[in-house]
Design a protein around this ligand. Sequence first.
Ligand SMILES: [Fe+2]
Length: 249
Amino acid sequence: MRVLFIGDIVGKAGSEYLKSHLKTLVSSYPSDIVVANGENINPKNGITQAEAESLHFAGVDAITLGNHAFRQQNVYGFLDDCPYIVRPANYPSVSPGKGVATFDTPKGRIAVASLAGQVGLDPSDNAFYTADRIVKEYPDHFLIIDFHAEATSEKKALGFYLDGRAGCVFGTHTHVQTADEQFLPKGTAYITDAGMTGSSESVLGAKKDQAISRFLTRAFVPLEQEEKSPEINAVYADTEKKQIVRIKM
Ligand SMILES: [Fe+2]
């Protein structure tokens, strides 16, 4: 399977840049599925129906979310009905939306799931046990997990825990791309964090002066998204050729 996975898209900078470069990217990295984390695409975090549909129209097959999944309150019905968008599967079953989306491709069936980490994020069910359940429920699917988590240790641990049972375990949420893309010993494609698709001249997507001011003063300084110098951060895995590439463009 060939998977192109786009790291957290932040705001207009990230989404517009991605939409205008996605075709070029896919021509360099032919993919059976394109997955993108879109939980920060809205200027106030989260995602709206219009933003999700526009991303899908541009060529993103599956959209994953994370701790900001429910920031836009009028998206809940859309999350319930839309077949290509997932919020963390280890959220309560009564939460809006679903945790797993399935896709039929000429290469076979794919299940895309989101999981939220337990370290440093709001409480959720244990991601490891939820992953076990997903593996059992989708035995004939190539499983792509977006592990939306803060701690590198938790991400590494889940990668090894699912090695040989998931096709890909790709981390998101920290917005900083890690240099550890690899195939784990039993064949799972892995990276601790795919990085951020947004302004490279920002602090995790926010205007740097505002972020610095928060650290200097401890006062509440509202953070606005930076739009300067956008770039795409992504990871590409071809599991047949055993090729995995970290992308910055
Ligand atoms: Fe996040």
